[in-house]
Design a protein around this ligand. Structure first.
Ligand SMILES: C[S@@+](CC[C@H](N)C(=O)[O-])C[C@H]1O[C@@H](n2cnc3c(N)ncnc32)[C@H](O)[C@@H]1O
Length: 224
């Protein structure tokens, strides 16, 4: 599988991500609340793109009896996740690889945060389908990633706003401004309409947007 995530960027991941993603801690809490709406107290949860461990740590702290399968192709990011979780890591089964490395389930809930924007649309749909087949009927999937108009002046407007927010959050100006071209060139970003459509195409129902923060959007959807 192809993705444009830079695996050399694992060190300092937590601090960088908190600066770049508006409301990151609350995004984790919202994702957990949305999964909890339908999952039982001893739920088994699939976390795709689990590298770094930030959402796993938040979920494990909020739900002491949930168990997790964390999947990520980067050994370095998984190592960082184990270290972020500390003793909580014992509640996670780790899988180095892509979605096909995940157990068949069936899971009570699943998430994929800040990851799908690295995948071109065809690969994204296959990945979403593979997540759907691992979920129990009616189980929630929570996703969040870059999703904004992907051409013309609207694209530029949101990327400039994104860079300005990063600067306001302490990211060096040159780095934040450089991200405008980098995101345009490297990330196969979809518009929110395309992202929502893709969830439907992958077989999910009840698709709802729950998070919109400049260039980032999040959805909850249900396995049929
Ligand atoms: C920006 S990080 C997000 C990590 C974590 N979900 C978070 O929200 O902090 C993206 C992660 O996705 C992983 N990744 C890249 N392509 C992937 C794919 N096709 N399937 C699963 N994970 C992937 C990367 O190795 C990296 O750990």
């Amino acid at each position: 599988m192809n993705s444009h995530f830079d695996h050399t960027a694992a060190s300092g991941y937590a601090e960088r991500t908190a600066r770049l993603v508006p409301g990151l801690r609350d995004l984790h809490k919202m994702a957990c609340v949305l999964m909890d709406e339908r999952a039982h107290s001893k739920a088994r949860v699939l976390v795709l793109g689990a590298g770094g461990g930030l959402e796993l740590k938040a979920f494990a702290e909020m739900q002491p009896d949930w168990r997790f399968d964390g999947v990520d192709p980067s050994g370095e990011m998984l190592e960082q996740a184990r270290s972020t979780l500390g003793p909580l890591a014992s509640r996670v089964q780790w899988h180095e690889g892509y979605i096909d490395s995940a157990p068949p389930g069936l899971f009570d809930a699943a998430t994929c945060l800040l990851t799908l924007h690295f995948l071109p649309a065809t690969e994204r749909r296959k990945t979403l389908e593979a997540m759907r087949t691992r979920l129990k009927p009616g189980a929630p999937l929570v996703v969040a990633h870059h999703s904004f108009p992907n051409h013309g002046k609207e694209q530029d407007k949101w990327l400039v706003r994104n860079a300005a927010l990063a600067i306001a959050s302490g990211v060096p100006v040159a780095q934040a401004e450089g991200s405008i071209a980098a995101i345009k060139e490297r990330l196969p970003v979809l518009s929110p309409e395309q992202d929502s459509e893709l969830l439907h195409e992958a077989g999910f129902t009840g698709v709802e947007m729950f998070y919109s923060a400049f260039t980032f959007k999040g959805w909850v959807a249900l396995a049929p």
